[in-house]
Write a protein that binds this ligand. Sequence first.
Ligand code: ATP
Length: 338
Amino acid sequence: MVTTGEGAHEAAPPRAAHQTASAGDCAIVARGLTKRFRGGQVAVDDLHLAVPRGSVFGFLGPNGSGKTTTIRMLLGLVQPTSGGCDVLGRPMPAGLAATLPKIGALVEGPAFYPYLSGEANLRRYDAADPAADPRTVSARVGAALERVGLGAAARKRYRAYSLGMRQRLAIAGALLGPRELLVLDEPTNGLDPQGTREVRSLIKDVAADGTTVFVSSHLLTEVEHMCTHVGVMRSGRLVTQGPIAGLRAGHAPRVRVDTPHVAQAAAVLRRLGLAEVRATAEPGEAERVTALLGEHAPERVCALLVTDGVAVRGFTVERPSLEEVFVSLTGEGFDVDA
Ligand SMILES: Nc1ncnc2c1ncn2[C@@H]1O[C@H](COP(=O)(O)OP(=O)(O)OP(=O)(O)O)[C@@H](O)[C@H]1O
């Protein structure tokens, strides 16, 4: 049921990533998905997306970059201007009726009654789904509440729920049945740190059961902590997509040597065959040499420097953070605070 109140490798081009993914292995495939609103605003521009089955796919981008519009198109809530998408192997929106029961989605929050319990709210919510069998509502609601860890608080009034509990109840609404795909649009927006932790942990649990999770966020750390894959949006366009590990691995580690003997250290590194050797010994600056580590064992590099008489004050292998990788890809940063 869709809940709505009225979400590679080094610089792999988005289109190439889509082309290499087999559609059968993907829960979501978008081909040239584009949305131009009346007035000419292009919210989503030629989006090619491949979301592998079983992944937790972080759909990352700053506010206004087109995440919600994309999610609405994927769920058949908004008609694309051009392009198309398959969700769980069926084209949308033509395959909506067959696909929707297998999708749990949270796009904006459902409105819950504050004076009703979590359980009573979910019963009302379930009743709004024409495909749900009323004879089995108790089992469905009970299972969903247990799934999100609200079994013990089922009879508590909604208004007494914490922010995290409220959001978990909203996710329970999306899990009122076995789902192959869970789509969450900014599920931790507005939550306190405790609520954020609860929701993240719930998402990991749902994914561990084999459900593909597509989750949008404007927070880099969120995606880094929860997701196996990421797609990065900027101004309506997909900048990159792929496995998070691959994205980071594509950006090579550098070795940094702090030493007063910069010229000698640089010579040793060059002799060893390290690439991009850069020495810094300007007055007032730290005296250091950096280079790409490549396939070299850092302990061997360090030992050879010392053997050669270089006074090594510090030796570090620096791997770029995900934020640095994204900045290098997009030319801008993201919010990193949760
Ligand atoms: N119904 C609409 N009519 C006109 N423009 C719209 C409409 N919906 C969204 N937009 C515009 O499209 C762009 C993308 O919006 P969208 O909500 O998809 O981005 P988002 O990444 O989800 O951002 P946020 O996290 O702030 O919701 C924005 O510039 C927004 O103002």
